[in-house]
Design a binder for this molecule. Structure first.
Ligand code: AQP
Length: 337
């Protein structure tokens, strides 16, 4: 058995994958995969069951699941090396989620700030799945005995809950689940919305000018950056946390991330220049950085047989691993399998 630490992460097919998802998550997943001295074994999933907590149109969701899977490959994940699977194709997620929901308290779930935020945002559909979302997330993680889970600030509370549930279950029965730890790859800043840089860039944002989709074409990317909200200071300065300067700070963060250059060098490059120059340069750099993903996506998504083979083989592997944990759980709680 490998002594590498297991990392589990996922992405919801709840919209077109954004530059935020790419810089904050997927590009780091690819780096981990390609590091020959990596100390980790990584499992990634398209979290389609989670996406159901918000109303989805069946036809659109089906396409997004496949597009997200193809896009992960286009971004550089190799499903022959790294386990990349579709959550709903592994029934153990839903099965374990039910069992864990019986070991999670109503009061614990009521404290989840994401539930409060999403319930506020989708007032007409505050469904039970939105409330028990963290239990499904705990099942996702605990099924694979994950050591580490990459989490942003917004997911910290959910990971804490997964840990509490694991500890409670282990104490009630006997050690069954590995208790997962948060994992920070590196301080990739949060990418903010282009129209309201105080909010994070989100794929479900209804204003398409707020987000850069990874598959946007060059003209669209440049146009969206040209319209990005900045400020009236007329000074190109990197000022994280400084009120009013979020727009320019966000553009500089993106520029530094996609060019791989240090922030000081990026800021000097624009000394004496205007916001128009910055916006154009960021748009061009982002388009260049994503060009290979767009090309590869066209190839991968056209090869339906390859895609089907990859997600089928990977879901079989995920089923095998997750069933080992699920069988243990069934036995411990007294269910007959
Ligand atoms: N703006 C962002 N900057 C940096 N990282 C981001 N991530 C998301 N947005 C940004 C990271 O992408 C991964 C996958 O996210 P997810 O699909 O699980 O859901 P999310 O965090 O809720 O992403 P979105 O785009 O905001 O989706 P919706 O609109 O559906 O809620 C995660 O690792 C996340 O940190």
């Amino acid at each position: 058995m490998s002594d590498k630490k297991i990392i589990l992460s996922g992405i919801q097919p709840s919209g077109a994958i954004t530059l935020g998802n790419y810089l904050g998550a997927v590009s780091n997943w690819v780096k981990l995969q390609n590091d020959p001295e990596s100390l980790y074994e990584c499992y990634y999933m398209v979290a389609d069951l989670h996406a159901l907590t918000v109303r989805q149109e069946a036809k659109v969701l089906r396409k997004r699941v496949l597009d997200t899977y193809a896009l992960l490959i286009a971004c550089g994940l190799d499903p022959e090396k790294t386990m990349v699977f579709i959550q709903s194709q592994v029934p153990a997620h839903a099965e374990l989620a039910w069992i864990l929901s019986c070991y999670t308290q109503f009061g614990e779930l009521s404290r989840m700030t994401q539930f409060k935020d999403k319930a506020q945002k989708h007032k007409d559909n505050v469904n039970a799945g939105l409330f028990t979302y963290p239990v499904l997330m705990a099942a996702d993680i605990l099924l694979y005995q994950a050591d580490l889970v990459p989490v942003g600030i917004d997911q910290k509370q959910h990971l804490e809950l997964a840990r509490d549930v694991a500890i409670r279950f282990n104490n009630t029965y006997s050690p069954t689940f590995k208790v997962p730890e948060p994992f920070t790859v590196k301080e990739t800043s949060k990418i903010m919305s282009l129209t309201d840089p105080t909010k994070k860039m989100s794929k479900s944002d209804t204003n398409e000018n707020s987000t850069i989709a990874i598959l946007d074409d060059r003209d669209t990317i440049i146009r969206k950056f040209k319209r990005a909200v900045t400020d009236s200071f007329a000074e190109i300065r990197f000022a994280p946390g400084e009120e009013g300067r979020e727009g320019v700070t966000n553009l500089l963060s993106i520029y530094s991330a996609v060019t791989g250059r240090a922030m000081d060098a990026c800021v000097s490059e624009f000394s004496g220049k205007g916001y128009g120059d910055l916006k154009l340069a960021v748009g061009e750099a982002v388009s260049d950085a994503l060009a290979h993903v767009r090309e590869r996506f066209a190839e991968v998504s056209a090869d339906k047989a390859y895609l089907e083979r990859m997600y089928t083989e990977n879901s079989q592997r995920a089923q095998y691993i997750s069933n080992k944990t699920l069988s243990k759980v069934y036995r411990k709680v007294g269910l007959i399998r």
